[in-house]
Design a protein around this ligand. Structure first.
Ligand SMILES: Cc1ncc(COP(=O)(O)O)c(C=O)c1O
Length: 236
């Protein structure tokens, strides 16, 4: 096995996985983590990884279209080695091109400037608030509001049964058959409360609530109050 790869936070389902190098593996094996929805909102020890990569459209309050990676010397070596192989790699997917440009503080393609401005603002905002220690404590608090609410609400259950694997940034909540979540979503939307839809392909009677780093506690409390109101008054 030359690479072990997994997402730190599985955005569709709200399941998190430990970022720890697998034990007892080939010493040359690289650990590669997709942290697109985790970075900036969840604690990580990146010394446990060889590549920790993400795009900034989640906790970094930005748009997609550009990606960032913290890359270990072993992974840089692997990238260089692969680039000398007789294997066609389109330039846009070439990691050695990305490394070469990154070292010059350049990108191969042209990212939207607005995304970089938003990312810069968000990184400053996160650091002013206390950095990753603050962000991970904050998302633990806001997501707990959702999970605690799901546990005490008779018709709701956290989708992820094991609390250890519940995401602090993407909270998935199942509802029993007495609740038509499509109707709940339409009532919420008609009142300006949007984007708590589940991941379509899961096909569950579910709401999915984002508690990324920018989301204030008061917003989560208000959202839960709106859902409670809908469950009590608007289920015809
Ligand atoms: C864990 C994860 N990986 C990858 C992606 C895809 O990111 P992008 O569209 O920037 O390639 C997403 C969603 O944005 C995601 O949540």
């Amino acid at each position: 096995m030359d690479v072990y790869a997994w997402p730190q936070n599985e955005t569709s389902t709200g399941v998190i996985m430990d970022v720890t190098r697998p034990a007892g593996t080939d010493p040359d094996a690289l650990t590669v983590i997709d942290a697109t929805s985790a970075a900036g909102g969840m604690h990580v020890d990146i010394s446990q990884t060889d590549v920790y990569y993400f795009s900034p459209q989640k906790n970094f309050g930005s748009d997609g279209g550009v990606w960032f990676a913290a890359v270990s010397p072993a992974a840089l070596e692997r990238i260089a080695e692969i680039s000398t192989m007789d294997r066609w790699i389109p330039d846009v997917l070439s990691l050695s091109t990305a490394v070469e440009n990154s070292r010059k503080n350049q990108t191969y393609n042209t990212p939207a400037l607005a995304g970089l401005v938003m990312l810069d603002e968000q990184v400053r905002w996160l650091n002013d608030n206390g950095g990753m220690a603050w962000a991970s404590a904050h998302t633990a608090t806001t997501s707990s509001l959702v999970y605690d609410w799901a546990e005490r609400t008779a018709v709701a259950t956290p989708f992820v049964a094991d609390p250890e694997h519940r995401s602090p940034v993407v909270c998935t909540v199942d509802f029993d058959d007495s609740v038509d979540t499509a109707h709940v979503l339409s009532v919420l939307r008609a009142n300006g409360v949007v984007d708590v839809d589940p991941y379509r392909k899961l096909g569950r009677n579910q709401l999915r609530i984002a508690t990324f780093a920018s989301v204030p506690e008061a917003d989560v409390e208000s959202l839960l109050a709106c859902i409670d109101w809908t469950l009590e008054n608007a289920l015809s």
